[in-house]
Write a protein that binds this ligand. Sequence first.
Ligand SMILES: [Zn+2]
Length: 499
Amino acid sequence: MIKYKVTIGMEVHVELGTDSKMFCSCKNGMGLTKKPNQNICDVCTAQPGAIPVPNAKAIEYVMRAGLALNCQIANETKFDRKNYFYPDLPKGYQISQYDQPICGKGELVFDYFNKAGEKKETKIGITRIHLEEDTGKLRHSNGSTSVDFNRAGVPLMELVSEPDLTSAQEAKQFCTELRRLFRYLRISTANMEKGQMRCEANISLYKDGEDRISGTKVELKNINSFKAIERGIEYEIKRQTKVLDAGKKLVQETRGWSDEKSKTFSQRTKENADDYRYFPEPDILHLKFTEEEIDRIRKSLPELPWERSERFIRQMGLTEQNAEILVDYKEMADYFEQICSELDDWMQNTEEEISEEQQQKLYKLAANYLLTETQKQLFDQGLNIQDIKIIPENFAELIKIVYQGEINSSAAQIVLREMFEKGSDPSHVIDEMGLAQTSDMGELEKIAEQVIAKNPDSVADYNKGKENAVRFLMGQIMKATGGKANPQVAMEILKKKLN
Ligand SMILES: [Zn+2]
């Protein structure tokens, strides 16, 4: 029995993929150099008299995220100094936003499938999204510590959610949905392993009937993968349950997650609220935005992942599952759409009458070949869809050939593998390998007659009503034709001959 209810709020930091840093013209490229302190200037190392100038692109990126999440966008915003000391923070304070964030209340809605596979539409409130600068990095080696300021001043977006999440799995999905959104909006690659996206969870337990924020809040840090979000929170829920069951009180604290030890550990207790002595950054003016400016950004938003998935289901007839898998990986979905547009071209130019149902059949066929055989090839060879040698035109050609029944599905897989290796076009491969399907009635009739003559026992079985016997005879026809018989045509001929 579950004695306690769980409430979880997330804080998500994302490094924005702008060209330059937040308040100076240094390049914003973590991968630019591995050498420490190469990508720095007077501003991001806080030399006396250096003046910060806000990066307009970074502000726009935060607005894009906010608009996609239905947040209220502030018409006036400002930056504040968050004062604390740490060696990786050259100014002795971080430029952040306190009481006037760029984005206010919003929400993220997604379908959550619980462990029993039941679907639940989940709506998680967004409290705010603001903009700040990243810190430098400390490097520890041989008993000494040095500091690298290459990362200092990189634009960092912080999103805070309402404590609406109720399980570790839901929290994990919330974060993966966010990553997908940030990638679609092209504001960050949001790679957790590279520290471009960092998640912290605030977890507390409460009893049914009590106020959901009455529990003691524990903050969980050091989470560097989606798996760790789930594992860390699960561990924390168990730990807190044990403490409460023993009649003890929980301590309000910050805990770290250790992946190797699979447990959380106390980092510091928080008896008093942190006092950062926030005050307005005197070197940066307040920023004001007109409705027209906000509207311009709203209109520039690309199709969002959930909109795309809905379109794939409605317009292209894909299953919900296939649509979700495709959309999850933007480049794969882009490639799929290129194939579909080639198929559209063909459908418009062919003399055949193609119904909407047939059209969807073609799209579905393309999705299936992409998500099964192609995906497998990519995985086996450690490649991404961006590396694929097959141009969308050739992929569409193969789908068309399969659709028209010129080759059967096992031959299609051979052709696809060959295309994958060499990037060649399918008709070429089919000719070269002699894989074209035989629908030649005369030839198939002859073979069917031979098979029937050779297998009287099976024919007798069939006459007794054993349907399995047909499958055996079909197998014999396939064998005799080297797998090239068109299955529908062969079956028709076989049944005719048997009756
Ligand atoms: Zn700089």
